[in-house]
Design a protein around this ligand. Structure first.
Ligand SMILES: [Zn+2]
Length: 271
């Protein structure tokens, strides 16, 4: 949804007509000289042709093989009602240091884990739609104050490898559903490799200074960053540092899933 006081910043991306996220930039924060003076890294089009072919192939498969639930395999939709009902909500928790607020949807297990794996590791981009819808529903029930959405950026190398940024796909869906603009400008300037094998302290050191605000215009005052899986929060804190250095006042985050700490008590499934 486009608010009347904001205008498309990257018209070429919108005109390409692929399932591109809605990219909006506040005109009042555009630098002198107009949009051409703004360097917006286009993080959605690495390896252009390969991505288009993958999308076309994906659509062809849609026609030949109707959707099946990525978790239980039942026919009809990508994430069925039964599997959605079995998801266990992540318990409320104080945000990690560096964030003003945080919402995590579900425990990183079962159907949500399978769906995230299908999206990230088998290139099944369209799974982002039902996952984004779930997260939007969660945000509508318990909103977080925000002027705009941003996605945790991937490094160019990883983006080229995967063909899309899963967090941006989720953020684009939430933008559609919640009527918030998805704003570009946050960039990863250093490849931080895989965080999974690192401990808490090493993760923090690994991502410190890895993000920058890459355009001249000031970022929105209140930003909600979208991530897929939250671990220690070190990546989000590093994103928040970059945004605050550029002028953002409040940074919150929303993530699809997180593993429960070993000593925490697991909640029951929502029926
Ligand atoms: Zn299912």
């Amino acid at each position: 949804m486009v608010r009347p006081d904001i205008a498309p910043a990257n018209a070429s991306a919108l005109q390409r007509g692929r399932r591109s996220p809605v990219i909006i930039l506040y005109p009042q924060i555009a630098p002198p000289g107009g949009p051409r003076a703004v360097h917006v890294p286009d993080t959605r089009t690495p390896g252009g042709t390969a991505v288009i072919i993958r999308d076309l192939f994906d659509r062809l498969l849609d026609l030949l093989f109707p959707d099946r639930c990525v978790a239980c395999g039942c026919a009809g939709v990508l994430l069925c009602a039964r599997c959605r009902a079995g998801l266990r909500p992540y318990p409320p928790e104080a945000p990690p240091a560096g964030l003003d607020g945080m919402a995590v949807g579900w425990l990183y297990e079962g159907a949500i884990r399978q769906a995230i794996h299908r999206m990230k590791y088998t290139g099944m981009r369209r799974v982002a739609a039902p996952l984004g819808d779930l997260l939007a529903e969660r945000l509508r029930a318990a909103p977080l104050p925000a002027d705009a959405l941003m996605a945790v950026p991937l490094h160019a190398g990883r983006l080229a490898e995967r063909g899309f940024n899963q967090s941006e796909e989720l953020a684009a869906r939430i933008a559609q559903r919640c009527g918030l603009p998805l704003v570009p400008g946050l960039a990863r300037c250093r490849d931080t490799g895989h965080q999974a094998s690192l401990g808490r302290r090493a993760r923090k050191g690994n991502v410190e200074g890895a993000f920058i605000w890459a355009i001249h215009a000031q970022p929105p005052a209140r930003v909600l960053i979208v991530d897929d899986v939250l671990t220690t929060g070190a990546t989000l804190a590093a994103c928040a540092d970059a945004l605050r250095a550029a002028g953002t006042r409040e940074v919150r985050a929303v993530a699809l899933a997180r593993s429960l700490a070993p000593d925490a008590k697991a909640p029951r499934a929502r029926i």
